[in-house]
Design a protein around this ligand. Sequence first.
Ligand SMILES: *Cc1c(COP(=O)(O)O)cnc(C)c1O
Length: 384
Amino acid sequence: MKNRQLSPATRLAQALHYLDEDTGAIIPAIHPSATYVRANDYSERKPYIYRRDSNQTTDHAEAIIADLEGAADTMLFASGMSAASAVMDALPARAHVLAPDVMYHGVLQQFQKLHALGRLDVTYYSTGDLTAMQAAMRKGQTALVWVESPNNPDWDVTDIAAAAKIAHDAGARLFTDCTGTPPCCTRALELGADISFHSATKYLNGHSDVTAGALSVRETGDWWDEVFNIRKLQGTVLQSFDAFLLIRGMRTLILRVERATQNALTFAAHFEGHPLVERVLYPGLPSHPGHEIAKRQTGGMYGGMMSIITCGTEQTAIDTALACEVFYPATSLGGVESLIEHRKTVSGEGFKVHPNLLRISIGIEDVDDLIVDLEQALTRAAGG
Ligand SMILES: *Cc1c(COP(=O)(O)O)cnc(C)c1O
């Protein structure tokens, strides 16, 4: 066994072969202590001093994600948004940033706000369009290129390796948000990203009972120390109870994503060309414009995220979501239970989204139950 590199499936299932040497427990304890005593000579007893810095349970969850990402280091935050915001806060004043014009609405809102305040200088490129990205770069000036792939809610795909080359040629760092395809599908750091972000609220935890955000990096350094400092001073470290749940959730990550992918492939193929559906947006479908890149970047593990654009009016789309009996009409994604949402209602005005778009997170249920549910909902919403 000594020379054998264990596979991610094994390492995840065993939470890195955790074992408490004192008790023999194979499940980690939750360490809730907010403070830690000093050493006999009154020096700090590293590594733990105060809960806002870090804690043992969260460190364990970070080690699991770092292992999965092939990262030099990982930090966990209380939400995806607090992790994303820490990266923005670590940028110098008025730094130039490139961001996609269609992306997760919370991150976009944050960029719009910081740009309006003069804190950052944000240029938007057409999502997934590398020519537009290249044209918007300012050599030697652009600090960060933000990529979301697959992007929310259209599921366009960006070629991460090509984006990394564009960013690096101009001296910028590449940030990727691949929340829709967790690191067992897309290994963004290996493709060339400098910072890999995941909303761990979604697939990594997978049970809709934690909010968490993960940042993983290829290289540590002063910049990364600054991100740690921001987390510490803003108090946005992931708390130990949530870290415990996240560790438990991640043990089944690969099983869950495999099942969600199988379900999604069957589901998407069923509704493509359906008389009440105008379009199905899913990178796993061969007809999807990003299919070949997605296949390469995920190894065929496309995940369970898709959108459908219904025929009829915007109200038909809303009525379809409300008529579902198995799907929950709720926001979020990547959980074991399937969700459907009318995206325009949720993101509000000012975001580019088709009025008839329903975002669907396919879970691990029986796929026939999901297909029958959406069939009846579409028929009822269409007045049938
Ligand atoms: C959910 C999500 C976020 C934000 O994460 P939270 O955990 O909700 O704060 C960012 N990006 C994407 C793509 C997401 O789906």
